[in-house]
Design a protein around this ligand. Structure first.
Ligand SMILES: [Zn+2]
Length: 315
């Protein structure tokens, strides 16, 4: 099988000095795509990107077209990294929960139409429990899971059951027991999308609901990589913005397909409902609004993210 080249190191030069290439080729750490699970060619190329985690190798799956961090998942490193981010620290983590009040209200509003009142709700990657507190007020029997021990302690101090674990598969949550599982701004830190989605499906009761807020900046990353061939600095800056500190960058259509493959039917999708906050800038709100319209009219996703609701199919 031929080598898949994601880009070229033959970038332009500036003022006679060699520019740092945006990407190069190195050995892969993944045998399978962490998004769709296909076996990867041993010679798949990687891209070097600068992110808040440092300089990292990323690759692109030829099947689902997702970009992914080409490093093995290490829970300890992930916890240490999260502790440096606003959502990993107590004051800024709680403030972020307040900032996202609009998103939490929107998610609960969507669930009102489909979920059974007072059912169980498990929030995956609950951080300092902002959504759990809103859901509890709505009458759900809530429980959280989070990898940062300090966040877990805080959520417990609020009288909410919370477990410190990297996966729902590590919890004592029985199969077919949950009414709702929420994953808000968390799936892009999972080591394997298929494995986690399969686990969530098994823990949901028949007809149980999965609600996810996903970020899709894979199209921005594609633009950044193309731009980087001619304008390396601008291209790298755009790539950094697109990847942020995530482990994967998944086209939303690919994510929807994988959700369906893992035993769900898609009930509802909306890019507009993914606006994170009332305080979001006009530029951000416009990006979601335009992306929402383009998606509805053309079926192409150019929004920065979306909210999707899926129901577990009866087996
Ligand atoms: Zn893939």
């Amino acid at each position: 099988m031929g080598r898949q080249i994601v880009g070229t190191s033959a970038g332009p030069r500036e003022c006679g000095r060699a520019m740092e290439p945006i990407w190069h080729i190195r050995r892969r750490s993944h045998d399978r795509c962490p998004v769709c699970g296909i076996m990867l060619d041993g010679s798949l190329a990687s891209i070097a990107l600068t992110t808040p985690r440092g300089s990292q190798a990323w690759a692109r799956c030829p099947a689902c077209r997702s970009f992914f961090l080409d490093e093995r998942y290490n829970l300890w490193q992930e916890v240490e990294h999260t502790r440096t981010r606003p959502w990993g620290m107590i004051q800024s983590g709680k403030a972020l929960g307040d900032y996202k009040a609009l998103l939490f209200e929107t998610v609960l509003h969507i669930l009102r139409k489909y979920a059974v009142q007072g059912s169980t709700l498990l929030d995956v990657g609950c951080s300092y429990g902002g959504f759990l507190q809103s859901a509890r007020k709505e009458g759900y029997q809530v429980r959280g899971i989070e990898i940062v021990p300090e966040a877990v302690e805080y959520v417990r101090s609020q009288g909410i059951t919370c477990d410190c674990a990297k996966s729902v598969s590590d919890l004592d949550v029985p199969e077919n027991s949950q009414g709702v599982i929420s994953v808000l701004d968390c799936n892009y830190y999972w080591p394997s999308q298929m494995t986690e989605l399969r686990t969530l499906s098994s823990r949901l009761r028949p007809d149980g609901l999965l609600i996810v807020r996903v970020v899709d900046t894979s199209w921005v990353l594609r633009i950044g990589l193309s731009l980087g061939r001619w304008f390396p600095t601008a291209g790298q800056r755009l790539c950094t913005k697109a990847v942020y500190d995530h482990r994967v960058s998944i086209p939303v259509r690919s994510f929807l397909r994988i959700v369906q493959q893992e035993g769900f039917e898609i009930v509802y999708t909306s890019a507009w409902d993914a606006v994170p906050s009332r305080q979001s800038s006009l530029k951000v709100k416009s990006a979601y609004a335009i992306g929402h319209l383009v998606w509805r009219i053309t079926g192409c996703s150019f929004a920065p993210g979306c909210v999707l609701l899926a129901r577990k199919r009866a087996s």
